[in-house]
Every structure is written in structure tokens, then in C-alpha cells.
Write a protein that binds this ligand. Sequence first.
Ligand code: HEC
Ligand code: HEC
Length: 204
Amino acid sequence: MKNLLSVATAVSLWLVIIAPAQAAGGNVAAGQAKAAVCAGCHGADGNGGADPLWPKLAGQDPDYIVKQLIDFKEGRRKDPIMAGMAVPLSAADMKNIGAYYASLKAKPGAAKDAQLAGLGEKVYRGGNAKMGVSACMSCHGPSGHGIPPRFPKVSGQNAAYANKQLLAFKAGTRANDGETMTRMAFRMSEPEIKAVSEYMAGLH
Ligand code: HEC
Ligand code: HEC
């Protein structure tokens, strides 16, 4: 019994250590080399750059990163900067880049406005039943770490970036989400969007 337990512990430890870097089947070192051009905006450690509209990628789910790069390349997600960055990348490059950013450690962020974050917490944890908005944590997890491979990490992300994405989902100008986020954001008010973005920035 004791042996069985230690085997089980060893296997689960192995999964915890090995799984994140390999989830997308990418090569971290090759990804790091390809990501040299990305560092100017996303940070040498993946924790973002000078502009809060440049998202943090450190610790993000590798499959989500790959999906976004494909969507930018094929025009399903529109951004003039990222379209140009994604076009030259091959499928293998994307996998490697996903594995690289997933392997980096996310620095915890912070909510700057505690009152605003408090309002956001209500939406994040409880949704808005009257408006038909689901609790964000049901897909993004109670601590915002996401549920791979479908639901991205939102914890510690720059509030300005999250706010911009939620407004884009609301307006339908970002619609690469299989209608999960667009439907929900459509029913959210702009103050709710601002508040929940502030709250997510402080999650870790
Ligand atoms: C000049 C700045 C800049 C450079 C260089 C850049 N990016 Fe970006 N990246 C952005 C911006 C801005 C966004 C957010 C676009 C939006 O608002 O939808 C973004 C978004 C992303 C996203 C989506 C993140 C998410 O949470 O959905 C990924 C993945 C990404 N970039 C990867 C890369 C990779 C890989 C490279 C290098 C090959 C790169 N970027 C180079 C500015 C940049
Ligand atoms: C039913 C599941 C589900 C629920 C509930 C949900 N989301 Fe999402 N969310 C998603 C999926 C799926 C994506 C990724 C879409 C894509 O592939 O581009 C996403 C993406 C996002 C993004 C963009 C992340 C990035 O890095 O660009 C933000 C921000 C976000 N969600 C916030 C929220 C908030 C706030 C709520 C609660 C009001 C919420 N989500 C509720 C499924 C969900």
C-alpha cells in the first residue's frame, strides 16, 4: 500500500513537472529563439512591456497561445501588429513559442483600485444572474489560472489589456471565441467590464 502510494505520488509529481512545458508538444529552447523578436513588447521574461496594452504571456496555457497565433495569422482575430508578427510563423514555431511562454513564471500583478476590484470580484465569482452573465470563475478558475486547453489564464493580466479585450468581445470586433465570450460580454456594462478587469489583475 505504502509503495503504491509513493508510485502514485511520483507519477503525479512527474505530471506536474513535465506536463506544462510539453502540453503543446513544443520545444522550449527553439521557442525562446523564435521569441527574441517578441520580447520588445511581451518582455524578456514574458511579463509584458512598457505599454499595458501589450499582454503578459508568461505562464499562459500553451494551446491557447497557439490558437491565438493561428487566429492572428488567418485573420480570425484582428490586430495590425500581431497579424504581421504571426504571418511568418510555421505551425511548429507556434507550438515551440507556446511551450516557451508556458514555461516562464508569471509575476503576480496587483489591482490598483481596491474598491473597483471589489465590485469586479462579485462578477468574477457570482456572475450577473439578472443579465445572464455566468460566473467567470466557472471557466477561468477560482484563481484565474484557467482550465487548459480551452479556457485561458486571466490572473495577473494587465487590467487595460483585459478591459480592451472584453470591450472588443462586447462590440464583436474580437469574435474568435466560439461565441462564449462575445455572448457574455454583450450583456455586461462597461463599468462591470472595467471592474472585473481590475479584479483579475490582482488574482494569483
Ligand atoms: C510591437 C509589439 C508586439 C510585438 C513585437 C509582438 N506582439 Fe504579441 N501582442 C501585441 C499586442 C498589442 C497584443 C494585443 C492585441 C489585441 O489587443 O488584441 C498582442 C497579443 C499577443 C498574443 C495574444 C495574447 C492573449 O492573451 O490573447 C499572443 C499569443 C502574442 N501576442 C504573441 C506574440 C509573439 C509570439 C510575438 C513574436 C513572434 C509577438 N507577440 C510580438 C504586441 C506585440
Ligand atoms: C463558458 C466559459 C467561459 C466563461 C463563463 C467566461 N469565459 Fe472568458 N474566455 C473563455 C474562452 C473559451 C476564451 C478564449 C477565447 C479564444 O479562444 O480566443 C476566453 C477569453 C477571455 C479573455 C481574453 C483573454 C486574453 O488573454 O486575451 C478574457 C479577458 C476573459 N475571457 C474574461 C472573462 C470574464 C471577465 C468572464 C466573466 C464575466 C469570463 N471570461 C467568463 C471562456 C469563458
